[in-house]
Structures are given as structure tokens and as C-alpha cells.
Design a protein around this ligand. Structure first.
Ligand code: DX5
Ligand code: ZN
Length: 220
């Protein structure tokens, strides 16, 4: 029985108490911390940058999973690596040379992730699997928390699971957007092994119960 890893998204935390929030979510059993970086250009919202990631690093020991929604991303990869990111994921649409960006992340000693928007085909990653540690399927359009899960992305998750298995590579398959106790089991059944959840965790009073509730629908 494989339970998914749970990566709460800091975007839904109390921004006035971020250090405490990070410590609390780690103590509540979060596997990773998901950090959404938005530039007001690639996506229609602005969040925070490497300075905040660095400031939060000392508040928890769990892996920091940095989701870049910025364009261009390449000029900032080193800054996020130095800030303490463990995984750095970017969208193919953020720059002309995805392969080069993934090489750069790997050269910085970090895990490299590719993020697929709802309309982005799975073929985007087919020829860079050797440089990919994680594939993130967006189950909402990126930019905001609290949106509704797009069922149309479930077949994409399943297709990517097949692609990963066929490759024989050790690649994580993550889902982000609208993941709740109701939608999580469907993501896991389709083949996801890391679930990002913002409002479904930080929007609850009991973080430990919220995380356990997302993890419960285990894949057998
Ligand atoms: C959206 C972000 C998500 C967001 C998820 O652009 O990538 O990580 O925080 O929020 P929920 O879980 O509330 O949909
Ligand atoms: Zn995200």
C-alpha cells in the first residue's frame, strides 16, 4: 500500500505568521512544503521570492518544493537553490529551452520538475525524462489557490503514470490545484504519488487531521 506524499501549499497560509505556519505544518506531518512563486506576468498574481524562501528554511527540516510560475525562470534558478529549495519545478512555457533549464537545476544539485498546465500535452516531457525528477500536473490554471479541480486532468495523470513506468525511471508524479479529501483519491487512483493542497490543509483548523485525510486514500 503506497500512501501519497502530502505537500501543503504555503500560498494558503497566514502570511503574517509564515515562520510559525511552516513549523506547524511540518509538525502536523507534512512530507514536503510547496512554495508557489508568482511574478504577476507568467500568472496573474504575485506571491513571494527567494528571500522569503531563505527566511523560512530554518523553520522546518522537510524538503522545500518550489513551484516557479515566473518567466523567464532561468535567471532565478541559482537564487532559489541557494535559498534552500530541494525541488525546483518550472513550466515549459516559461522559457525556450526546457532541457537547458532542467540541466541547470540538476547542476545546482537540486531535483528538477516539469509542470504541465491544463492545456499542455504530456509529450512536452517525453524527451527530457532523463533530466526530470518530478512531473507536476496542474489540475487548475496556475495563479490562485481555492479553485475547483479539473476532472479533465485525470486521464493526463494516468498517461504520465504509464510513461513513467515505461521509462523505468524514478520520477515523482505530483498534482496541484483543487486537491481535497474528495478529489485526492481520484488523483491517487490515476497514479499520482505527491499531492499539493493549499486551502484543504491551511484552511482547516486541525492541520494534522487535514493531512491525514488527504493521505488516507492509499493506492494498493
Ligand atoms: C496555484 C498553485 C497551487 C495552489 C493550490 O497556482 O500552484 O499550489 O496553492 O491551492 P489549492 O490547493 O487551494 O487549490
Ligand atoms: Zn503550486
Amino acid at each position: 500500500v503506497l500512501a501519497p506524499l502530502i505537500a501543503p501549499s504555503l500560498l494558503a497560509a497566514d502570511f503574517a505568521r509564515l515562520g510559525e505556519e511552516v513549523a506547524a505544518i511540518a509538525a502536523a506531518g507534512a512530507d514536503w512544503l510547496h512554495l508557489d512563486i508568482m511574478d504577476g506576468h507568467f500568472v496573474p498574481n504575485i506571491s513571494f521570492g527567494p528571500g522569503l524562501v531563505k527566511a523560512l528554511r530554518k523553520h522546518a527540516a522537510i524538503p522545500f518544493d518550489v513551484h516557479l510560475m515566473i518567466a523567464p525562470a532561468d535567471p532565478y534558478l541559482a537564487a532559489f537553490a541557494e535559498a534552500g529549495a530541494d525541488v525546483i519545478s518550472l513550466h515549459p512555457e516559461a522559457g525556450p529551452h526546457l532541457h537547458r533549464s532542467l540541466q541547470t537545476i540538476r547542476a545546482l544539485g537540486k531535483k528538477a520538475g516539469v509542470v504541465l498546465n491544463p492545456a499542455t500535452p504530456v509529450d512536452c516531457v517525453a524527451h527530457v525524462l532523463d533530466l526530470t525528477d518530478l512531473i507536476l500536473v496542474m489540475s487548475v490554471n496556475p495563479g490562485f489557490g481555492g479553485q475547483s479541480f479539473l476532472d479533465s486532468q485525470l486521464p493526463k495523470i494516468a498517461a504520465l503514470r504509464r510513461m513513467i513506468e515505461a521509462s523505468g525511471r524514478d520520477i515523482r508524479l505530483q498534482v496541484d490545484g483543487g486537491v481535497t479529501a474528495a478529489t485526492a483519491p481520484r488523483c491517487v487512483e490515476a497514479g499520482a504519488d505527491v499531492l499539493v493542497a493549499g486551502t484543504a490543509v491551511f484552511g482547516q483548523k486541525d492541520y494534522a487531521a487535514a493531512i491525514a485525510g488527504l493521505r488516507a486514500p492509499a493506492r494498493t
